[in-house]
Design a protein around this ligand. Structure first.
Ligand code: ATP
Ligand code: MG
Length: 363
């Protein structure tokens, strides 16, 4: 059988720096676990704009559609701030998401014990925390029509429309239920069915999909505002949370800060299954291009490395190897390895991007 294929898009800023460490991890799995990937690399974002005048070429887009999974570093930076909207670095990422139809955005909020004191919450509330937010990514109020700013009488009116079809809700809820079966078999769906029609439909469809296809999964519903409160009050009550694009945007940032640094947070964006049964998939750290630390060897590669661990788990059915990699991260943190972003108020000497990579490979 052919090796699984990966397209690596390092992108801009610290993207290439953290991706270099991921490449070493990929090579390690080839050398030590017989897990060999066909890896190709291309440009995205400002790096692509500089060379080709577009943030993503048609050739790179076509490659992304063919491979088993895409790994992306980060896009953007101050150098590109004044570019026309149509060629901004972020447009490269948006095109990937849209053309691959990546409707299910997975953002784990996992607390590594060694970093529990980084949380904005008390140690006991977050120690051992492991939740997964599934955010609908391709529809809802960010895309609904009509939208725009127009004049009504003598004042301006700004309009966005929250619109969800039954099939859009069904497919993202299936993705959440599938995930739950691999975890603690528990899903909480969040909306505002008390004040929004789309919320009423959301609740109904999630319940229907549950009853027809996933009756074994424990399902609860919660209003999103209460969900936000519960997330910062007692986050360990949740396993998988499924919610729409807008609420997911807010709730996943909120959950992220329960666990510490941006430099630690991975994500996956999944679409429909391809002919080989694997979902269309793009994995990327939550953080951006971090222009303030680019080129200084300060970037924390863990978010990007954990994104590759998600690829092992969700694209390649390599759960044991994903556990191994996540365990190595846990281990080096417990041993005290800290990049600059992980230095507490007590200070100390931070290690570099490459030294963190070294430590994880050794573990
Ligand atoms: P974007 O618009 O691309 O999301 P942003 O400005 O919101 O960018 P980041 O680029 O993620 O956010 O940077 C926010 C802050 O976090 C910066 O100070 C940056 O240096 C820091 N940061 C982000 N990622 C990392 C990382 N991997 N390691 C260390 N520090 C990081
Ligand atoms: Mg940002």
């Amino acid at each position: 059988m052919a090796n699984p294929s990966l397209l690596i898009l390092p992108g801009d800023g610290i993207g290439p720096e953290v991706m270099a460490e991921v490449r070493r991890v990929i090579d390690w799995f080839g050398a030590n676990k017989g897990l060999t990937f066909d890896v190709s690399e291309d440009l995205v974002g400002g790096a692509s704009y500089d060379k080709h005048g577009t943030p993503l070429t048609d050739a790179a887009m076509a490659k992304a559609q063919e491979v088993d999974a895409v790994l992306l570093g980060a896009v953007g930076g101050p150098k590109y701030d004044d570019l026309d909207f149509s060629v901004k670095p972020e447009r490269g990422l948006l095109r990937l998401r849209k053309e691959m139809d990546l409707f299910s955005n997975l953002r784990p909020a996992q607390c590594f014990d060694a970093l529990a004191d980084f949380s904005s919450l008390k140690h006991d509330i977050v120690a051992g925390l492991d939740i997964m937010i599934v955010r609908e990514l391709t529809s809802g109020v960010y895309f609904g029509e009509p939208r725009g700013i127009h004049k009504e009488g003598n004042e301006r009116v700004g309009i966005n429309t929250q619109r969800y079809t039954e099939s859009e809700i069904a497919r993202v809820s299936r993705s959440a239920f599938e995930l739950a079966r691999k975890r603690s078999n528990k899903v909480c769906s969040m909306e505002k069915a008390n004040v929004m029609e789309s919320g009423v439909l959301w609740r109904d469809v999630v319940q229907e999909i549950h009853d027809a296809e996933y009756p074994d999964v424990e399902l609860s519903h919660m209003y999103a505002d209460n969900g936000a409160m519960q997330l910062v009050r007692a986050p360990k009550q949740f396993d998988v949370i499924v919610t729409d694009n807008l609420f997911g945007d807010i709730l996943s940032d909120c959950a992220a800060m329960l666990t510490g640094s941006l430099g630690m947070l991975p994500s996956a964006s999944l679409g429909l299954p391809m002919a080989n049964g694997r979902p269309k998939a793009l994995y990327e750290p939550v953080h951006g291009s971090a222009p303030d630390i680019t080129g200084q060897g300060k970037a924390n590669p863990i978010a990007c490395i954990l994104s590759f661990a998600m690829a092992l788990r969700y694209s390649f059915d390599e759960g044991d190897n994903a556990d191994l990699l996540e365990g190595a991260v846990q281990q080096v943190l417990a041993d005290g390895a800290r990049t600059a972003d992980l230095m507490g108020p007590e200070g100390g000497t931070p290690i570099s991007t490459t030294e963190m990579g070294d430590a994880i490979l050794a573990a």
